[in-house]
Design a protein around this ligand. Structure first.
Ligand SMILES: [Zn+2]
Ligand SMILES: [Zn+2]
Length: 260
């Protein structure tokens, strides 16, 4: 049983209607989670205003669980160096890098048919951006590693190449103490045969010394703390592969220690 959830969206993102901060806190308490991170999307500089609002509402909700207020910041799709859409992350307790767009095109692909680029061209850009993201000291955690890749190419056809890139990315992530996310929503979207390959991404992370952090990526209250797919992946990994939020370097700046 995972007792935290470190990737939760709110109604402010525009596609998570029932997710008021109060509803999130109530659900987290009902699930007996000890700590959550509310990590709404930041698509651009204007979205930072909502962070203080979320922080205030979380204080007013007075949940039993500890609430960390962070964000899933988009990787800037106009470039191929993995930079985020905002530079100043000082008012965020936790930063997840959301790699959602095809670098330089800024296009959100839903399937390989939807990727308007030759796979080889895409892969070069994907690699360069990914290595940039995991070298950015502002990033605490890489969201859903591999999701963009699986949306843009037939993963099994490019698996060896992709795993070599993940290995390089894992070494950089370990050096910069950037965790990789075990993302439940991505797990749910994966076709069953892909699971075997997905596990390899996390094995590479662990071998390099990268921490794994769980997040539901909930956009509705019932998904908060849901972890069936994440646990399937954890079952294939050594015991104790999942890290706790207080193991993250970012935890040092959180005012109420999670363990208290
Ligand atoms: Zn995301
Ligand atoms: Zn998300």
């Amino acid at each position: 049983m995972i007792d935290y959830d470190f990737h939760i969206h709110t109604e402010y993102c525009g596609h998570a209607e029932e997710m008021t901060v109060e509803a999130i806190c109530r659900r987290a308490d009902r699930m007996a989670l000890r700590c959550i991170a509310i990590t709404d999307h930041i698509y651009g500089p204007d979205d930072k205003a909502v962070i203080q609002k979320i922080r205030r509402q979380a204080q007013q909700a007075r949940p039993r669980c500890q609430v960390i207020v962070g964000a899933e910041i988009d990787v800037d799709g106009r470039f191929d160096d993995g930079r985020l859409v905002i530079d100043d992350v000082s008012d965020l307790d936790y930063v997840i890098a959301g790699y959602h767009y095809i670098p330089t095109l800024g296009h959100y692909p839903h399937s390989p048919d939807d990727c308007p680029m030759m796979p080889e061209d895409f892969l070069g850009l994907w690699e360069k951006s990914l290595l940039g993201i995991v070298s950015n000291p502002k990033v605490d955690t890489l969201a859903h590693p591999g999701r963009l890749l699986a949306s843009c190419v037939d993963l099994p056809s490019y698996l060896d190449w992709a795993l070599a890139v993940f290995k390089e990315a894992a070494a950089l992530s370990a050096r910069h103490q950037i965790a990789w996310e075990l993302n439940e929503l991505t797990g749910r979207r994966l076709a069953a045969p892909l699971y075997r390959n997905w596990v390899k991404i996390y094995q590479i992370a662990l071998e390099a010394g990268v921490q794994l952090i769980y997040g539901s990526d909930a956009h509705d209250p019932d998904s908060i703390g849901s972890c069936a797919c994440s646990e399937t992946i954890l079952d294939c990994l050594p015991a104790d592969s999942l890290s706790s939020p207080e193991d993250l370097p970012a935890a040092r700046q959180w005012t109420n220690p999670i363990s208290s």
